[in-house]
Structure formats: structure tokens, C-alpha cells
Ligand binder design. Structure first.
Ligand code: GDD
Length: 341
């Protein structure tokens, strides 16, 4: 049988790197869309897989670039992971966020279907679409986004995923993924910001860490587990949307305390709101609150109910919250120590 061909947008991000590894291990030919950049766009991809991927230049703003890339890749499966994925930043660049996260998907579908109407498309949807809806959130919960990021992702989901599937019978589905992290997570997301800063603090390279809202609750899983769910969705007989989550929720404060513990530090929290601090055993203030890291509107609490995916896809997250935090904290500690030498 001919090798299956996959086309991944966002291959240079955390999820793209894990998904590329997974698909290569399954024998796929993998094509990745990359934007021209003066920095090395491939830093997140492990060396051992970089050479096995065919990179095609293009981006979601440019239909002609998508057409050219898709004509080369001729994919059986498309994974649309490219996005302006920073929720906080989306308040500052709402148009750009809509351009990529909403119109980008529209362009990709039009070009892809013109080449192969039977292509299977995975869309990276998000728990941010639930916004102010109270947990637990599942496939039947109402969507109430509170950020331009959540709005753009929701419109992409409703117009292009649900809408085009119903109207044109396309094989397209959304993974409604709750937060998923790893040592390859971008450094501006809260988990990686915490583990990287604590590693530097432990090694004497940084004095303090400034954060925003410590009370926000997130359902944090391991990205390596979540890409398996993406692949399983495209192997189903029919395109169906699924919530992918652990079912457990923790505050940012709990993540912070657990990361400190993994590095042998104990944090004591005092004060409230903007005056809250966290001190180490010697009474040094390691964590302060900076109101600039608060968002104009916040998603306060996410906890996904992924029973449908567990039942129908046979998917189960393998990495627990404590294992995830420890994995990230130790990976950053080792990396910072290596780079210091
Ligand atoms: N980034 C950041 N930086 N967030 C902070 C900080 C800080 O200094 N301090 C507190 N937070 C809080 C945010 O207010 C938010 O409530 C929570 O930490 C998580 O923020 P992020 O890690 O930036 O992730 P997110 O939940 O907003 O969005 C991520 O998950 C979504 C899935 O629910 C992103 O990966 C999205 O692209 C993804 O769709």
C-alpha cells in the first residue's frame, strides 16, 4: 500500500513537533508548512526527525502559497495547527488573530478541497471557545468565548468545520483541546514561563518571576498524549468533533507550587490579589504579581469532560499532572544548566 501523506500547518510549534514524530513513526510521508523567518523555525523539532520532513514555504494568509504547497504534498490528511495561539496577545492584535485563526482555515480548506475533495482535515479548536461557560465542559456545552482568540476559533469551528461538513459533506473535524503542555511549550505560556524561570532562579541566574492571575484554573495535559487523539480522529469512519482533556483542574498557583517542589523548593504564599507573593524557605520573594500579565477578560475555570473521546476513540491521557509538571521543571533545569556551562 502507498504511504499515507500528511500535511501539517504549524509544524514548528509544540504540537506540530509531536505530531510529526508520531506520523513518521507510523510510516507517513510528512510535509510541513513553514513561514520564512530569520530565526531557525525548526528549533522545536528534534534533530532526529528534522531531515525526514519535507518543508514547504507558505502561510495561512496567502492562498497561492497554500495551493503550491498542497500541490506538492497531495495529502491524504491535513492537520491545521498553525495559529496566533496566544490568548493574551489576541486582545492587542484582534485583526491579525482573525486573519490567521479564522480566514486562514477558510483559505486552507478551499485550496485543499480543490485538489482532493476527499482529503481529511483536522482543525485545532480549543477550550477557549467555552470562555465563561462553567465546568465541566463537553461537546454539548455552550460556547461563550471572552477573547478575540476564542471568538476567532469559535467562528472557524462553526462556519468552516461544522458548516462545511454539513453543507458540503467534507471530512473535517475539530479537536476541542484543553491546555496541553510539554518541555517544548512556547516560553510565553504560563507553564513554561514558570518552569523556565524557576530553573533559572534555582541556578542563581534570575531573582524573581512576575505573573498575572494565579487563581485561573486550567485542565493541563501532556501534548504528546494529545497529538495521538488528533490522529485517531482522522482515522474514524465519520468526521466527529471531540473534547480532549484530562478531566482534572488546577490553579496557576498549584502549578507554580508543584514546579517549585519538583526542583526541591518550597514556596509560601502570602497576601491577596496584586499584593500576593511567594517566598522560599529563606524568606526571599521569588514570585510577585504584575498587573500587566492580567488579561482584559479572563477564562476563569476549565475542566474538560472527554468521556466521548475515551469511549469512541479509545484515547486516554497517559501523563498525570504531577508527572507533567516534573517533566517540564526537570527538562528546563537540565537545559538551563547545560547552557550555563
Ligand atoms: N501567559 C501567561 N503569562 N499567563 C498567565 C500569567 C503569565 O504571566 N500569569 C497568569 N496567567 C494565567 C492566564 O491569565 C491564564 O488564565 C492561564 O495563566 C493560562 O495562560 P496561558 O498559559 O497563556 O494559556 P491559555 O489558557 O490562555 O491558552 C492556551 O490554552 C488554550 C487551550 O485552552 C493556549 O495554548 C491556547 O492557544 C489554547 O487554545
Amino acid at each position: 500500500m502507498a504511504k499515507k501523506r500528511a500535511f501539517i500547518t504549524g509544524i514548528t510549534g509544540q504540537d506540530g513537533s509531536y505530531l510529526a514524530e508520531l506520523l513518521l513513526a507510523k510510516g507517513y510521508t510528512v510535509y510541513g508548512l513553514i513561514r520564512r523567518s530569520s530565526n531557525d523555525p525548526l528549533v522545536r523539532l528534534p534533530q532526529r526527525v528534522r531531515k525526514d520532513i519535507t518543508y514547504l514555504y507558505g502561510n495561512l494568509r496567502d492562498s497561492a502559497s497554500l495551493r503550491r504547497a498542497l500541490e506538492v504534498a497531495r495529502p491524504d490528511e491535513i492537520y491545521n495547527l498553525a495559529a496566533q495561539s496566544d490568548v493574551g496577545v489576541s486582545f492587542k492584535i484582534p485583526e491579525e488573530t482573525f486573519e490567521i485563526n479564522y480566514h486562514g482555515l477558510g483559505r486552507l480548506i478551499h485550496e485543499a478541497v480543490a485538489i482532493n475533495p476527499k482529503v481529511r482535515i483536522y482543525q485545532a479548536s480549543t477550550s477557549e471557545m467555552y470562555g465563561s461557560t462553567k465546568p465541566p465542559q463537553n461537546e454539548r456545552s455552550p460556547f461563550n468565548p471572552v477573547s478575540p482568540y476564542g471568538e476567532a476559533k469559535l467562528r472557524a469551528h462553526e462556519d468552516y468545520v461544522v458548516g462545511y461538513r454539513d453543507r458540503y459533506g467534507l471530512f473535517i473535524c475539530s479537536g476541542i483541546l484543553f491546555n496541553h503542555e510539554s518541555p517544548r511549550r512556547g516560553e510565553h505560556f504560563v507553564t513554561r514561563k514558570i518552569t523556565q524561570s524557576l530553573a533559572k532562579i534555582k541556578l542563581g541566574l534570575q531573582k524573581q518571576l512576575e505573573l498575572g492571575n494565579l487563581d485561573a484554573k486550567r485542565d493541563w495535559g501532556f501534548a504528546g498524549d494529545y497529538v495521538e487523539a488528533m490522529w485517531r480522529m482522522l482515522q474514524q469512519k465519520k468526521p466527529v468533533d471531540y473534547v480532549i482533556s484530562t478531566g482534572e483542574t488546577h490553579t496557576v498557583r498549584e502549578f507554580l507550587a508543584a514546579a517549585a517542589k519538583a526542583l526541591g523548593m518550597t514556596l509560601t504564599f502570602t497576601g491577596k490579589g496584586l499584593r500576593e507573593t511567594a517566598m522560599d524557605e529563606k524568606g526571599r520573594v521569588l514570585v510577585k504579581i504584575n498587573k500587566n500579565f492580567y488579561r482584559p477578560r479572563e477564562v476563569h475555570s476549565l475542566r474538560g469532560d472527554s468521556r466521548k473521546a475515551r469511549k469512541e476513540l479509545g484515547w486516554d491521557p497517559q501523563v498525570s499532572f504531577d508527572e507533567l509538571v516534573t517533566m517540564m521543571a526537570l527538562a528546563d533545569f537540565e537545559r538551563v544548566r547545560r547552557e550555563q556551562k
